[in-house]
Design a protein around this ligand. Sequence first.
Ligand code: PMV
Length: 323
Amino acid sequence: MLPPSACGKVILFGEHAVVYGRPALAFGLSGSVEAMKLEATAGLLKVLVPAWKLAADDGQDSLAGRALGRLRELLPGPGGMEATLEARIPTGAGLGSSAALSVMAVRCLAAVRGEALGAARERSCAHELERIFHGSPSGLDDTVAAHGGLCLFRRGGFGACLPYEHTVLSPQAVQLDLSVPPLLIGDTGQTRSTFEMVARVRSRIERDRRGTEVLFDQIEASLEEGLRGLSRGELERVGAAMDRNQEALAGLGVSCGAIEAMCALGRKAGALGVKLTGAGGGGAVVALAPGREEAVAEAWRAGGFTPLGLPEHCTPRRNLHER
Ligand code: PMV
């Protein structure tokens, strides 16, 4: 059996609105977190991620420690594990690090016990761990971390039939059979908390429900337009939809100076579209810049930001953990 791995993710359309029942589209960054060393032990559930300076076990009262404690409740059984993980995405950047960690913890424990849980059960357990990290996550991150590929997600499910070839993953999620052009990811270098950003949108709704729904409508329309563009290979259409999604996110109050600067630099250097990805307030941005990737990366570097690139990670593959 291959050592467990899990995906980070890039949200192409729909972050924040997804929490309130709108659709979101995201794809998995394959191999973002992989097990380097995994052994069964007699005691605690222990996870080490040197790249994140993380060492947690289920005896600790840290977020990761409590998540591991929840894992022991979800998958009761004798003995523990020690898992050392290699991470290729940063934390706190909107690239789904906590969901990837949650999926990995579940997969590693199942692996040391010789159990096959299946991707759906792995995801539902990981969602419970994500609740410890984020309060009430939509489920988008853990879906993509567990399944990979290009996932369309909606909390209430999809009533009407979808006009795109897809595989049903759960009542809330499908994996689309569409290819995604290479995307460039960049990091503002500013970490932020998903919890706080989600709370910011909640308080905006309390202040102005109608105005916020208008912004959610704009986000949903961008997703639909982006999907049409992806399905027809019309990249300018996809880029314009990304920009429209970014505009609505700025209206929600989840952009920031560094994100806006990276978007402007990217567009000036030839990107068709640039937006924040994840909860915003810092973290990562994603640019669609076919043939202009190096120019955009250079513009970001010159502006003091870090292109993360990861071109091979940007190729969605199906059932990534089964590679
Ligand atoms: O920043 P991340 O990777 O935690 O993504 C958050 C995505 C949100 O839509 C803002 C929240 C959610 O639960 O979907």
